[in-house]
Design a protein around this ligand. Structure first.
Ligand code: NDP
Length: 452
């Protein structure tokens, strides 16, 4: 074997890259990693973690209102955005440090700077230093996309939303996916006037239709001005604010326009051509089942391969790759039944198939559906409702989809995802004793089909 500086060199210190580097080093490989921004990547720095902290912060407004029904008199409440952002930043810096120490502790050599491929075994860092590696892992992630409209330079993305110096009084959110729904809840909870627009007839495409309609209703009930079949045409500055022109001539005065219109793999200027790494039409790196690119010594995981852009998936891919390369394993990531949550308000938690997908795949399905006001809100008077839905394949009695909209949906669905992975049947759900009084017990007490 040629003598390389490293057995594995990882470009990108986000979820997938860090996990692969640590596991590989733990298995005895000589591992290097480079990162041009903060360690922890999108998830830790501008994604999952800061977003969830802002969600927690924004939920307190409703909790303060709930308090009255429980007999609490709360003095006049005031919210200070800069305090929340400063405390969030402190926590993120702590996590950046934790990631650095974790890598160091595992024996991974961390290089600061942007890594570019020179060939299949050579990486240049920061346009200066060159290093060599037997194997290279590309884990450079993705980046928000901004629509090509006049005035697009006035739009921000989630990257900037978590660092805004001031809370916008009026914000327009463009896009009806995960990020749009989550930030609509954050800003609405914190007191901004929120308008969220989506180009199609119903947002959250890909989720179960009942979930999509139910979330829309709940968000509107909380005060979000949700407009469907609406596009952003242009944005221009006007009297210290922004004038957003929407389709069909509607105009909106706002302080901020947030583009939550998807993310794209960050593959530009990475030296992919020089190293012979192929990308698809969306710019995503093409990999086989073993995460190997078209260049035999180069692998890729995470958002840059654009399979499932979720942190736990990137972690799974990074771990499987490291074990396969250095631990003699031959594992594959199982992309079936990946649970996920949208931290909108209320939360969405799902695993398995939507009703429409199940009907297409199995033909005969039975649907169990329940909507109710959570016990906590009966006394507080909050009008928010919860939705739970089970999709069952009639022939095998297997539960093939579990959907929830309501408080802690992500927490509840995580456990049910294990049941789905084990192929649980509706009879087994029915045989499970509920925990009373919880919302989650509804999932094991739904007896009457809503439709079949
Ligand atoms: P999504 O792909 O989830 O949503 C993008 C939204 O923008 C869709 O409603 C899409 O519409 C719309 N859109 C796309 N292009 C345009 C355009 N040119 N003009 C107007 N609307 C447009 O992307 P997000 O940015 O919300 O998030 C990116 C990914 O990050 C998610 O898909 C998810 O994988 C991950 N993520 C996960 C989170 C979690 O696990 N809780 C949280 C945040 C992000 P259409 O549906 O019609 O295509």
């Amino acid at each position: 074997m040629a003598s390389y500086d490293y057995d594995l060199f990882v470009i990108g210190g986000g979820s997938g890259g860090v996990r692969a580097a640590r596991i590989a080093a733990g298995l005895g490989a000589r591992v290097g990693l480079c990162e041009e921004r903060d360690l922890g990547g999108t998830c830790v720095t501008v994604g999952c973690v800061p977003k969830k902290l802002l969600v927690y912060g924004s939920m307190i407004a409703e909790e303060l209102r709930d308090a009255a029904g429980y007999g609490w008199t709360v003095g006049e409440a005031a919210f200070d955005w800069p305090t929340l952002i400063a405390n969030k930043n402190k926590e993120i810096e702590r996590l950046n440090g934790v990631y650095g120490r974790m890598l160091e502790g595992a024996g991974v050599v961390v290089h600061e700077g942007r890594g570019v491929l020179i060939d299949g075994h050579t990486i240049e860092i920061g346009g200066a230093r060159r290093l060599s590696a037997d194997k290279i892992l590309l884990a450079v992630g993705g980046w928000p996309m901004v629509p090509q409209i006049p005035g697009r330079e006035h739009l921000i993305t989630s990257n900037e939303a978590v660092f805004l110096p001031e809370l916008p009084k009026r914000i327009l959110i463009v896009g009806g996916g995960y990020i749009g729904a989550e930030f609509a809840g954050i800003f609405n909870g914190l007191g901004s006037r929120v308008t969220q627009i989506y180009r199609g007839p119903l947002f959250l495409r890909g989720f179960d239709d009942d979930v999509r309609a139910f979330v829309a209703e709940q968000m509107r009930g909380k005060g979000v001005d949700l407009r469907f079949d609406t596009d952003l045409v242009s944005v221009r500055p006007q009297e210290g604010a922004l004038l957003a022109t929407l389709s069909e001539g509607q105009a909106l005065d706002v302080d901020c326009v947030l583009a939550a219109t998807g993310r794209a793999p960050l593959t530009r200027n990475l030296g992919l051509e020089a190293a012979g790494v192929e990308v698809d039409a969306r710019g995503a790196i093409v990999v086989d089942e073993e995460m190997r690119t078209s260049a035999p010594s180069i692998y890729a995981v995470g958002d840059v391969i654009d399979r499932v852009a979720l942190t736990p998936v990137a972690l799974g891919e990074g771990m499987a790759l490291a074990r396969n390369l250095f631990g003699g394993a031959s594992g594959r990531v199982d992309y079936r039944d990946i649970p996920s949550a949208v931290f909108s308000q209320p939360n969405i938690g799902v695993v398995g198939l939507t009703e429409a997908q199940a009907r297409a795949q199995y033909g005969d399905v039975t649907i169990f559906r329940s909507t109710f006001r959570p016990m906590k809100f009966t006394v507080s008077g909050r009008p928010e409702r919860t939705l739970m839905k089970l999709v069952v394949d009639k022939a095998s009695d297997r539960v093939v989809g579990v959907h929830m909209v309501g408080p802690d949906a992500g927490e509840i669905i995580q456990g049910l995802a294990v049941a789905l992975k084990c192929g649980a049947t509706k009879a087994q759900f029915d045989a499970t004793i509920g925990i009373h009084p919880t919302a989650a017990e509804e999932f094991v007490t739904m007896r009457t089909p809503a439709s079949s």
